[in-house]
Design a protein around this ligand. Structure first.
Ligand SMILES: [Zn+2]
Length: 86
């Protein structure tokens, strides 16, 4: 295994987006990580590949917040005159 590959293996205290890995635990077929989000929430079952592939980068609460913020931001981008023409 090269150093580059090794550096991508999650270790305790690694950052993935807003998440920091705390400790590893074995599941049935996968290894899971307990992670702590920047907001203070703990996630108890994050799959290693989800971390490595940037699929999970924050907790569910922050995820929801981001989704709501995206919706709000997008709605601001609709020009007002377009709305009144409908
Ligand atoms: Zn969070």
């Amino acid at each position: 295994m090269s150093d580059k590959y090794n550096s991508h293996i999650p270790k305790p205290n690694m950052r993935f987006g807003k998440l920091t890995t705390i400790s590893r635990r074995k599941g049935y077929s996968k290894t899971y990580w307990i992670c702590k989000c920047d907001c203070g929430n703990e996630m108890r079952k994050v799959a290693r590949l989800d971390l490595l592939n940037d699929i999970i980068t924050q907790c569910h609460t922050c995820n929801k917040k981001t989704m709501i913020e995206n919706v709000l931001n997008n709605s601001v981008l609709i020009p007002l005159n377009e709305l009144s023409n409908q």
